[in-house]
Design a protein. Sequence first.
Length: 258
Amino acid sequence: MNIVILGSGNVATHLGRAFKMAGQDITQVWSRDITHASALADTLAAEPIDNMFDLNRSADLFIIAVKDEAIRELALELKLADQLLVHTSGSTGLSALDGASTKVGVFYPLQTFSKIKSVDFRQIPIIIEANAPEVLTSIRAVADRLSENVIELNSEQRKTLHVAAVFACNFTNHLFGLAQELLEEKGLDYELLKPLIEETLSKIEMNDPVSVQTGPAIREDQATIQAHLEVLKPNPALSELYTKLSQSIVNLHKRSQG
């Protein structure tokens, strides 16, 4: 299969590597910045391009892996006919590709990607969608080459999944960052939290997160909560976040109890 990747960021980089390892031929990498296109293309033995006039429109698969707001414009700029075209966004509907080709779909890998860290694509859920059953079959065949976990969802389901992923990944990572900042302001080492974080993640691998919730909020331990708020008093924004999260823990626990 000959593949053109449109984009040069984290998702494009990891998809390119995964397809290359699966024996697929990445023929071109496009980016509006030729230096970015070249950096990725060099690792994939592909041709870097920054001009649509140079696009190989005879490729088998075109993958748009750019910022959500740029997907629609870029898709129409490709001027494809009946080639297979997909985007990789979790929150953008399939309709963003309307009119860009007769064969369009979504190829959304549910994972957080950083260029500096490799991932095992076989374990990554790939969420797919298409504008026709035969197109879905083609996309599934592509996805099966990379992952053991390929799932079909519609655009609304995928959007909900993406929101949940933001809570589970982005917000959680942000809280780690706030914890690190809080400790470092007092000359304490963030490494002290690593065993706690690892155990927290380990528990939810086999258990419902709500059922293994711990801490002063779930116990409604007001004395400890007030002591914590006293520590956070110099930082009103963090104090407010602590209060809201504590109340959210209580509310979720009560909902889980019926």
